[in-house]
Design a protein around this ligand. Structure first.
Ligand SMILES: [Zn+2]
Ligand SMILES: [Zn+2]
Length: 266
């Protein structure tokens, strides 16, 4: 069995992730244009016909920009909770009934050969979820857009072999940057985004031998750099005397181009 992961785009301007096996694939979020998603999949040699559905984390535009077109033109079903559907389906967004799939929170469902569970996270949308995706023994957790790692989401994050976790902003850049005060407060709040130190502190607590890949995700364009996110993580780990296992790969996902394909099972 194969298990591949690739980020097509990650950041405050658009998010879309691919997980696939030798037969099928799924997308998590469709926050860039449908044209870009189709092009990136083609470049990766993944046929759009192999995609069995799109899992949606919440209603912000950087997660649903290409959703309407992908459901309409490629008849792709999309999966999210009732509450998130309610927040997505406005008079401006028309998605065919046939493509709407409602999923429960914290109950496994099966799609494209994967066992998938949605878990709630704290964020400033009517509802926001992360996904825990199991393929045999391997587990991938996607947790972007969360202001705080709560008791409910932490176990799903701890269990991952491959973890996609937000490291949205550098605290100093945000505080000294151009954003208005209310927006800075919103981003820093428990319902905003995770800063580099928050993410690094949490990772320092949970790093274990089963974790083989950390992908730092959803970096802010204006308030972070990949170098700062990685540096903060390394400094936090070394302050605590933690040495990274040589098997553990840490990367920062690109904002505007696909990452390398990570092959969890060859
Ligand atoms: Zn976002
Ligand atoms: Zn968001």
């Amino acid at each position: 069995m194969k298990l591949n992961f690739c980020s097509l785009s990650s950041g405050s301007s658009g998010n879309c992730y691919y997980i696939g096996n030798e037969f099928h694939g799924i997308l998590i979020d469709a926050g860039i244009s449908a044209t870009s998603i189709r092009k990136f999949l083609k470049d990766m040699d993944v046929s759009i016909q192999s995609i069995m559905g799109i899992l949606i984390t919440h209603n912000h535009i950087d997660h649903i920009k290409g959703l309407e077109v992908l459901t309409r033109k490629n008849s792709l079903p999309a999966f999210t909770t009732f509450k998130i559907w309610e927040s997505i389906l406005t008079p401006h967004v028309r998605i065919s009934r046939d493509c709407i799939r409602e999923i429960p929170l914290q109950q496994k469902f099966h799609l494209a050969g994967f066992d998938i569970e949605a878990f709630p996270v704290n964020h400033d949308a009517p509802e926001t979820i992360g996904f825990h995706i199991c393929a045999g023994e391997k587990k991938i957790t996607i947790a972007t857009d969360l202001g705080h790692i709560c008791e409910t989401s932490a176990p799903y994050i701890r269990e991952a072999n491959l973890l996609v976790i937000e490291s949205n902003y550098d605290e100093e850049m945000l505080v000294n940057g151009q954003y208005p005060y209310y927006l800075k407060k919103r981003i820093q709040s428990d319902h905003g985004h995770l800063g580099n130190h928050q993410t690094s502190d949490f990772l320092a607590e949970i790093i274990n031998d089963n974790l083989s890949h950390i992908c730092l995700a959803h970096l802010s364009k204006n308030n972070n750099t990949p170098e700062k996110a990685i540096k903060t993580l390394h400094e936090t780990l070394s302050e605590r005397g933690l040495v990274l296992n040589s098997q553990l790969q840490v990367s920062v996902l690109n904002r505007n181009k696909p990452s390398d394909m990570i092959r969890l099972i060859e």
